[in-house]
Design a protein around this ligand. Structure first.
Ligand code: FNR
Length: 387
């Protein structure tokens, strides 16, 4: 891959498609059911045309912001994504190091293929750990204690995994975790020899944060969805969230909320932030695009709660639109995974650099010298319907 030829997130997607065997690429790229929500997550940004304002001093554009207890160089977070070993042998530490280099917050999933201690050792940058509550409730409090000891800035609790989403691409490609050579996937492994060679060199796909507690995982034959269905606790309520928030006692986000009423509940149980998200269109197809939920949620929770929009963010102008609607920051998953798959740490480094440049340029072109300057004045009033 000639990294200097990759100019935007879609270029990285195409590069990832060339590198990854089909089961891995489609697990990364796909969504649930008809993938309507997946497509709408990005399409929805077109519903918010910008009205820039000019002749201000824009000689210096400051993209820094304070969020989730950390200083960030741009209002951009790397969303938690499980099992990064599927996409590249350099896995989570490579992504965390690249994020730290750009001063961005990295989030590590419970289902990562690197332990939270190893990620902390790899990167001194801003970090968040993402929790799924397992039936083994002891694990949750263990996560809280370990994240504290390892120096994480924030925790987030993902709440939209009450069942595994219906991801039909994974059924068609025969996706398995850990990956296995099967008759149906054989040709796609053979035609992606780079990835397959690294599989033979380093085939440690353990879910490092939970492996010590899950005998089922050690044997490793389970698909992700059956793992979710058998190991996660689907009886979790707001009372349980409140207990985790209290035990943590620091910046805390509830991830996977779209409803303003839920955002008010999150605030009332003590969360400091919401990650407005539909899990990248991988869970409930038909769910609203996160960007459409920002303004109503801001109106419901007031000015103090931190709102982070997660899903479909692919361009710097998307970030400006999110800020203008009332978000404090955006977060994204697939773009950095495409970059990891394309070229490991160097790929993520390049992609994040492009994105931060786009944010700076889009802020300037909108007439904003700071993140805080991007307000609702940037949004065109309702346009008349076209008949
Ligand atoms: C995810 N996502 C996710 N979310 C989470 O809370 N815990 C997790 O383990 C994962 N795992 C995961 C794996 C993969 C391959 C993807 C693509 C996504 C969802 C993720 O945090 C985020 O919500 C979406 O990726 C946002 O949408 P975009 O940016 O991918 O469009």
């Amino acid at each position: 891959v000639r990294l200097d030829k990759l100019l935007n997130t879609d270029d990285f997607r195409k590069a990832a498609k060339r590198k990854l065997p089909a089961p891995m690429f489609h697990y990364l790229d796909g969504g649930a059911d008809d993938e309507w929500t997946l497509a709408d997550n990005t399409d929805a940004f077109t519903r918010y045309p910008l009205l820039p304002e000019y002749l201000k001093d824009l000689s210096v554009v400051d993209t820094t912001t304070r969020l989730l207890g950390a200083e960030l160089k741009a209002p951009l977070i790397l969303s938690p994504t499980g099992m990064n070993r599927l996409f590249h042998h350099e896995r989570e530490p490579a992504v965390a190091r690249a994020a730290a280099r750009h001063g961005l917050m990295y989030s590590l999933s419970t289902l990562g293929t690197t332990s939270m201690e190893d990620v902390a050792a790899a990167s001194g940058g801003p970090k968040m750990f993402q929790i799924y509550i397992h039936k083994d409730r002891g694990l949750t409090m263990e996560f809280v204690a370990r994240a504290k000891a390892a120096g994480y800035d924030a925790l987030c609790l993902t709440v939209d995994m009450v069942a595994g989403g219906n991801r039909e691409r994974d059924l068609r490609t025969g996706f398995l975790m850990p990956p296995k050579l099967t008759l149906s996937s054989l040709s796609s492994f053979i035609t992606h020899p780079g990835w397959t060679f690294n599989l033979l060199r380093n085939s440690d796909f353990r879910l490092a944060n939970v492996a010590h507690r899950q005998d089922a995982l050690a044997s490793g034959a389970m698909g992700v969805i059956s793992y979710v269905n058998s190991q996660f606790d689907h009886s979790v309520t707001w009372d349980d969230a409140a207990k985790v928030i209290e035990a943590w006692g620091g910046p805390f986000a509830i991830k996977g909320i779209l409803s303003p009423a839920d955002a008010v509940r999150a605030r009332d149980v003590g969360a400091s932030a919401v990650m407005i998200s539909n899990h990248g269109g991988r869970q409930l197809d038909g769910a609203a695009a996160p960007i459409d939920c920002v303004a109503p949620m801001r109106d419901a929770v007031g000015a103090d709660m931190e709102l982070i929009v997660d899903g479909g963010v692919r361009r710097g102008n998307h970030v400006v639109k999110a800020l203008a609607l009332g978000a404090n920051a955006v977060s994204f998953g697939r773009p950095y995974l495409y970059a990891l798959a394309a070229a490991g740490e160097a790929g993520v480094d390049r992609m994040l650099g492009l994105m931060v440049d786009e944010i700076r340029r889009s802020l300037a072109l909108s007439g904003c010298a700071t993140v805080a300057a991007a307000g609702r004045h940037l949004l065109a009033p309702e346009r008349p319907a076209v008949y």
